[in-house]
Design a binder for this molecule. Sequence first.
Ligand code: MG
Length: 203
Amino acid sequence: MKIICIGRNYLPHIQELGHEVPTEPTFFLKPDSSVITRNRPFFLPDFSNQMEHEVELLVRINKVGKCIQERFAHTYYDEIGLGIDFTARDLQKTCIEKGNPWEIAKAFDGSAIVSQFIDKKEFADLNNLNFHLDVNGKTVQSGNSGEMIFSIDRIISYVSQFFTLKTGDILFTGTPKGVGKVAINDRLEGYLEGRKILNFRIK
Ligand code: MG
C-alpha cells in the first residue's frame, strides 16, 4: 500500500506557512513503513528539533483505479478516518530552501498516524465533516471538509492520472491551520464528528 498526502488544501494553513495558493493539488508519498496504527505512541526522532502535528481527514481506497473521472471517484472509497501527517518542519524548511525532495521531513518511520476507519455511510454529508485535534486537552487544530480547496473526489481524480490507486491505499487530504510542535509526554486526541478516534502519546 501507499500513502498519498495532499499539501496546501486549506487556505488559512497556506497563509500560516506563507505559501502560494495552488491551482492544482500538490501531493507527495509516504512509504508503508511510516504508518502507526491502533493509537500506538509516536517516538520523537532525534534528527529534528521541530516535529509538528498536522491533523488530516483520511480516505481509504477500496478498489484498483487509474485515470478515475471525478464523477465516479466516490465509488473508490467507503471509509473515512483521521490521521497525523508528522512533519519535521526544520528539515522541511531546509529541503524547500535547497530545492530538495521532502522525504526526510515527511516520510520517515512513524510519520503517518492512522486511526480506525469509519464507514462513510455513517456520515450525512462528506462535504461537511468536522474534525479537530486536542493536545493535552486543548483544541489546537479544527477543520471542516467543506473548507478544502480540492475535494476528496477531485483529489482522487487528479492523483489517479499519475498513480494507479490500489485497495488499501490511504489519502491524507491536507491539514487546517494550527499546526504546532509536539513534545515528549504530550497526549494527542483526534475527533471526527465528535467521535474520538485518535488518542496517543508522544514518547
Ligand atoms: Mg499535511
